[in-house]
Design a protein around this ligand. Sequence first.
Ligand code: ATP
Length: 588
Amino acid sequence: MNYSTVAETYRKLDAVSGRIEMTEILAELLKKTPRDELPMLAYLTQGKLRPDYEGVELGLAEKLALRVIASASGLSQDAVYKTYVKLGDVGSAAEQLLSKKSQGTLISERLTLERVYKTLLKVSQTAGEGSVEAKQRELASLLNDASPLEAKYIMRAVTGELRLGVADYTMLDACALAFLGSKGGRPLLERAYNIHPDLGFIVETLASKGLGGIQAIRVEVGVPIRPMLAERLDSAKAIIAKLGNKVVAAEYKLDGERLQIHKQDEDATLFSRRLEVITHNYPDVLELVAKNVASKEAILEAEVVAINEDTGEYLPFQELMHRRRKYGVAEAMKQYPVALNFFDLLSAERKDFTNSPYRERRAKLESVVKETERTRPVPALRTADPEEVEKFMEEAIANGCEGLVVKDLEGVYRAGAREFSWVKLKREYRSELTDTIDLVIVGAFHGRGRRAGTYGTYLLAAYDDKKANFPTVSKIGTGFTDEDLQKFPRLLKKYESRVKPPNVESNLVPNVWFRPHLVIETIASEITLSPIHPAGMGRIRKESGLALRFPKFTGKIRDDKKPEDATTVEEIVEMYNLQLKKVERVVQ
Ligand code: ATP
């Protein structure tokens, strides 16, 4: 297929914001695409090259992107830079600058979707000495054959800024519309995607094998499953009532890192919460799994926690972060030993357990996980009595946990969903809110006084999963140690952007913008209405968004979360409503 058809569709997508229109436009494009090119199209449309869990990254540095445009347009880097700053994104700059050039020249070869895809894949895989020049050559040659409109989307894709707003679910809707004619079968598609989160694979399976092929997709060792998430409520009583006043399972909520363990014989692959492969960080976990999980082939979930070897006590999450490194893993392994608390089992000996109720999954888990000093099924209590749950919570906290996750005994494993089948109960003494909020740093303001020379305040955004963008909710300046103040600018450097990233919504203009990447945990005294911040604009009151009051950094960098895993606008609206209910209770 010609890339011009794709670029033309992207232009249309850029011009609409409603999900229905977007879905229809995308469905048309899917129908026109040859089957074997569908995966390429699915990835590219989301600004990706492969499913997330394979870790293939686009994201060419701004500087190199501008050099590519200079080389393809024959203009000076200075001229390109000026246009870029004026227009605000590399894609528009490429479009404008190349349109000047192409008036005189003939495009030598029509670009195909395949050529664009393969070039971008090659660029993303080029590393080492001479790679900068090689990347520049490949891309400039692509741009030479591109129309201005094509160049716009190629440059946006390659810098990781395509941002057509096509969320995963919009893509699934479009697939249903294109290949099923109506939206019947949509839940089946969603389930398939959640247990095999590779849109390219899903689209191709649907197009070639129909709904039958989709239904035949099973969980598979080696393919990560989107994690089931927990809702939040503020008391054991409320949780038990919500779960139907029956016996529930209350489990310790450990403060570690979530691991999805895919065991195959003596070996295993470890996926993080954001479904990245992190096997290399935990050679000791592989050993523990090989020794203490009595199943040849299984998918399990566990919270890995740092421990004090002498006392067996759990250490806070931060200690684990020492394990997240490329080099010196063996050293870190000795210094920061870990224990595993298994809390779920999703498959064993090729039997898919995701549709089995919790009670069956737990029974199977208990039968395969050996209880040792370093491994065990997470402590759990079955009861229908809120007081017992509260007591168990005290015990959990005394044992170094954050609180509890209370689970419905009949609940199946709903991959990728945050529902009231798992409800977390934490105790945040410091706040009126029932939970911490994980936000993305999108900007920073220069500091003054003690913070001169570094950033004094950061601008934070939540994730809007309907619009697939990041609206701001808060500025934050407290909770940072001197060490943090030094460290943050270093961590953020590579995400700096001279213009507001297109997927950020903000009425404030910081001194420096950052592309949304780094997620930090915050706590606030409450959520308030705000005319300034666009998160949840109009949801509670017309012309008001929501903002955090007295936000504070807890010290936790959530690098186990992608920016899209940050707290969503929807959750913040829900927390605002929960807070109102609390106030009502006090007033009554
Ligand atoms: P949080 O910031 O509270 O960890 P989160 O957004 O990472 O929240 P939630 O779905 O809200 O994820 O909470 C569930 C998380 O708690 C899981 O991702 C997992 O890492 C951790 N956890 C610890 N113990 C358990 C348990 N017994 N069952 C399920 N999850 C547990």
